[in-house]
Design a protein around this ligand. Structure first.
Ligand code: C2E
Ligand code: MG
Ligand code: MG
Length: 384
């Protein structure tokens, strides 16, 4: 342990302006003076003491030291290896990284101006470009939400035994003015990083509620439902279920007209999910666990969740006809769902062979390109 500490005597230099950075330091004991030379005059920038970091800036952006550090009392420092910092830095959110890199650039520029030097401006680093790209995309997404630029498609769910369309899944769509269609995998994930997913979810619920009214009014038999995807971040937002109920009631629809699909993910807090499911049931709303088998599949938690439907992820249906082990897992999931009194939907049904397999397995519902691609409401109504 003691070998990890470095002693500097009072007056000793820790590093000098212009040195290349290898290490940052945490001051355990002592006081350090940070100074720079401005037009031949030494200027003290700061005094650092126990608990302060020094030398981290040059380590973050891998540029020469901008100042000199001198121990002004006997010091004990913990060296922090460059890799320790850069590894963490590379794992942080690109937006945070680009904000930090931008600040460092500005600080170096201000320091250079103060010292009467000209600062050489490098190109933006890849992480800055990535971060700025994300900020820009998020801004465009907010704009799209505010200006009617989002859209919802509906993908049919087939009731396997009757061969009838039982309902639809609402899938949000965004066509970026320059990039064209952006995958929901990308923009939903981006929106989930902030609370932007909450108003997007509200928009999808609103739109789906109007759509289900029109489908029912058009005489669809059986009366269809629309299932709306809800992510972990939305679940934590108070009033979500109450607002869904209020919309359904205001439209004069049966409570079961909207369903909720919760995507299984590591981010899910099963206590929150159990509470949401309970609340949904008190209001007559059914809940599906989506992408089952790809997320937490925490069997120890599963019995706490009184879900109505399990949606088996495409990852299984894609290979179940060629891989007996995948088929065995699907069979086990079907048996488990039945034993728990839940319905089964298998996603990603693309061929007749897959649909036949669902019949043999006794699955309740199938969803996939064979049954229907996600369509606009007008397309659905026109096809009736
Ligand atoms: P998901 O809820 O599992 O939705 C099913 C995805 O599989 C959809 O992708 C659908 O277009 C695609 N799909 C359906 N049938 C087939 C098939 O036969 N083959 C293949 N290869 N794919 C099929 P999409 O629309 O790109 O959505 C991706 C994910 O984005 C959704 O996965 C869902 O998790 C999320 N998402 C979509 N809309 C919303 C939304 O309004 N709110 C939230 N929170 N998430 C959403
Ligand atoms: Mg879904
Ligand atoms: Mg899914």
């Amino acid at each position: 342990m003691s070998s990890l500490r470095i002693h500097f005597s009072a007056g000793e230099r820790i590093f000098s302006e212009g040195d290349s950075p290898t290490t940052a330091f945490l001051i355990e004991v002592g006081e350090v003076e940070i100074s720079t030379v401005q037009r031949g005059r030494r200027i003290v920038l700061s005094h650092l003491t126990s608990g302060d970091l020094l030398g981290e800036m040059a380590v973050i952006d891998d540029a020469p030291r901008t100042a000199t550090a001198i121990a002004i009392s006997d010091c004990m420092l913990f060296p922090i290896d460059r890799a320790q910092i850069t590894e963490r830095f590379s794992k942080t959110d690109p937006i945070i990284r680009s904000l930090l890199e931008g600040q460092l650039k500005r600080y170096r520029g201000a320091l250079a101006a103060m010292q009467g030097r000209e600062e050489v401006h490098g190109d933006d680093t890849p992480s800055e470009q990535l971060g700025i790209g994300k900020i820009r995309l998020e801004t465009h997404l907010r704009e799209a939400l505010a200006s009617d630029g989002l859209d919802v498609r509906y993908q049919p769910l087939l009731h396997v035994a009757s061969g009838k369309i039982a309902g639809y899944e609402a899938l949000v769509r965004w066509t970026h003015p320059e990039r064209g269609p952006v995958s929901p995998m990308e923009f939903v994930a981006l929106a989930e990083e902030t609370s932007l997913i909450v108003p997007i979810g509200e928009y999808v619920f609103d739109t789906a509620c109007k759509a289900v009214s029109r489908l029912i009014a058009s005489g669809a038999d059986p009366k269809p439902f629309i299932a709306v995807n809800v992510s972990a971040r939305q679940l934590g937002h108070p009033g979500l279920i109450e607002r869904i109920v209020a919309r359904v009631d205001a439209a004069g629809l049966p409570r079961g007209s909207l369903k909720v699909e919760i995507t299984e993910s590591q981010a899910l807090d099963y206590v929150v999910v159990a509470g949401v499911i309970d609340l949904c049931h008190r209001h007559g709303i059914q809940v599906a666990l989506d992408d089952f088998g790809t997320g937490y599949s925490h069997l120890a938690h599963l019995h706490h969740l009184a879900f109505d439907t399990l949606k088996v992820d495409q990852a299984f249906s894609r290979v179940m006809l060629t891989d007996p082990r995948a088929m065995a897992i699907v069979e086990a999931i079907v048996r488990m769902a039945k034993a728990l009194g839940a319905d089964i939907v298998v996603e990603g049904i693309e061929t007749e062979e897959m649909l036949s397999a669902l019949r043999v397995l006794g699955c309740d519902y199938g969803q996939g390109y064979l049954i229907g691609k996600p369509q606009t409401l007008d397309e659905l109504l026109a096809a009736r």
